[in-house]
Design a protein around this ligand. Structure first.
Ligand code: ADP
Ligand code: ASP
Ligand code: MG
Length: 418
């Protein structure tokens, strides 16, 4: 039997009516002759609620118990989806991560897949079941504890199952009808893309476009999974949505293909750090050990004999997710107390956001950065930090200018035009 993976995100299973709507889409594919693995998210808002309960109960919570709690949202929707399908006459069975078992590392809150044995699910298909409903976002560690894959992780569960079971396609059903040039919630001029290259989708996702979890795109690229994003609220067929595929499959190639943003950033500056070999490692080592995801880094030109310092000092600026600020501050204070690093002050700005333009066309085109900076300057938006790679340029700006910056860049690179 040909096999499809269909993943339904939180808004697509937000209540019993939506679950029924999703189940009908599954039934349609079964009628077309497919066996289907359905991956479900928790009902929308549920995971946030569970995370909130954990954080209210315990500030520096035990990550194992965090996972035990937040994984539960998916258990509910998996069971309900199987029940709904059964009511419709479709033989279906649900699976929690540990039952498959979805074996992962024990990095609680950001676990990675180790293996997904097929035997249990294959056996059920062989018995005549048409649908296996699997709880997304979760797995089980070698220690036998429940793990989760990080927010948005059900996308990654879906791609991993598509790879493990050799699915014909992995369809990600969500509340938008595909991948857009930017978040359609920010500008009505955002344009749906028919196709997008893996590399571009990878950058957009990692720079904040949460339509797909970054790791899911990585896996799809590595295992050559045909990955599609489409709407669960519309009638769809083989041509609907956006296909994430190899660069070679795409005819149209603009220099910039999308604008991504990340709202919840913070900028931290260590003032007057002594400038000597090993200082970067003395700063970023402890941050890494504390589990802080440092993103952009800028080191200023050093000044000699500044203030009370003899010898060279510099300022080191870096960005972190805003919810990791406390953790980063503690790591830096501990490093200072332990004499691992010396600095005069740590300044934190929690009102910043990151805006990025992405496009594989940038590899062969000069002037993209100049155009981006000019467009932001024309709107009087100050750039605080810049980072570039082969196919992206990111800037850190004041959060209050975020929407304006996205709209401005979308206009500047004429992304509304095909
Ligand atoms: P789900 O619950 O189905 O996983 P998500 O909320 O995680 O859905 O992702 C879908 C959302 O991603 C959309 O509602 C949209 O606001 C947002 N988004 C951000 N950037 C983009 C983009 N470039 N194209 C489409 N959607 C985007
Ligand atoms: N429910 C989880 C979350 O909100 C996983 C997912 O929906 O992909 O992050
Ligand atoms: Mg999601």
């Amino acid at each position: 039997m040909p096999l499809l993976v269909m993943k339904f995100g939180g808004t697509s299973v937000a209540d019993l009516g939506r679950i029924e709507n999703a189940a009908k889409k599954v039934q349609l594919e079964v009628e077309r002759g497919y066996d289907v693995i359905v991956i479900v998210s928790a009902m929308s808002g549920k995971t946030n609620e569970l995370v909130g309960w954990v954080e209210t109960t315990s500030k520096l919570y035990d990550a194992r118990e965090y996972d035990a709690v937040v994984a539960s949202g998916e258990n509910v929707t998996a069971g309900l989806m199987a029940l709904r399908l059964q009511e419709m006459g479709v033989p279906a069975r649900s699976w929690q991560g540990w039952q498959v078992p979805i074996n992962t590392t024990s990095a609680h809150g950001s676990a990675r897949f180790v293996s997904i044995p097929r035997d249990h699910i294959d056996a059920k298909f062989a018995e005549g079941f048409k649908v296996a409903v699997v709880a997304g976002f979760q797995g089980v560690s070698a220690e036998g504890r429940i793990t989760t894959l990080g927010r948005g992780g059900s996308d990654t569960t879906a791609v991993a199952f598509a790879a493990a079971f050799g699915a014909e396609r992995c369809d990600i059903y969500t509340d938008v009808d595909g991948v857009y040039t930017t978040d359609p919630r920010i500008t009505a001029k955002a344009r749906k893309l028919d196709k997008i290259a893996f590399e571009e989708m990878l950058e957009l996702a990692s720079l904040g476009a949460k339509v797909l979890q970054t790791r899911s795109v990585e896996l799809a690229m590595r295992f050559k999974v045909r990955l599609r994003v489409l709407s669960s609220f519309e009638d769809t067929d083989e041509t609907s949505g956006t296909l994430v595929c190899d660069e070679e499959e795409i005819m149209e190639s603009k220099v910039v293909s999308g604008v991504a943003y990340s709202r919840d950033e913070a900028k931290m500056t260590l003032v007057s750090v002594e400038d000597r070999p090993g200082v970067a490692s003395a700063i970023f080592g402890p941050l890494a050990e504390a589990g802080v995801n440092v993103d952009m880094i800028v080191q200023n030109i050093s000044e000699k004999n500044y203030g009370t310092h003899t010898g060279a000092v510099t300022d080191m600026t870096f960005s972190v997710p805003v919810n990791q600020v406390a953790r980063a501050q503690k790591a830096m204070q501990d490093a200072l107390d332990a004499g691992i690093v010396r600095y005069d002050d740590l300044i934190t700005d929690t009102d910043v956001a990151k805006v990025s333009v992405v496009g594989i066309g940038m590899r062969s085109q000069v002037g993209v950065a100049a155009k981006m900076f000019a467009a932001l300057a024309a709107e009087n938006i100050n750039i605080k930090v810049i980072a570039t790679s082969e196919i992206k340029i990111s800037v850190l700006i004041d959060r209050k200018y975020l929407e304006l910056a996205v709209q401005t860049l979308h206009d500047a690179f004429e992304l509304e035009k095909a």
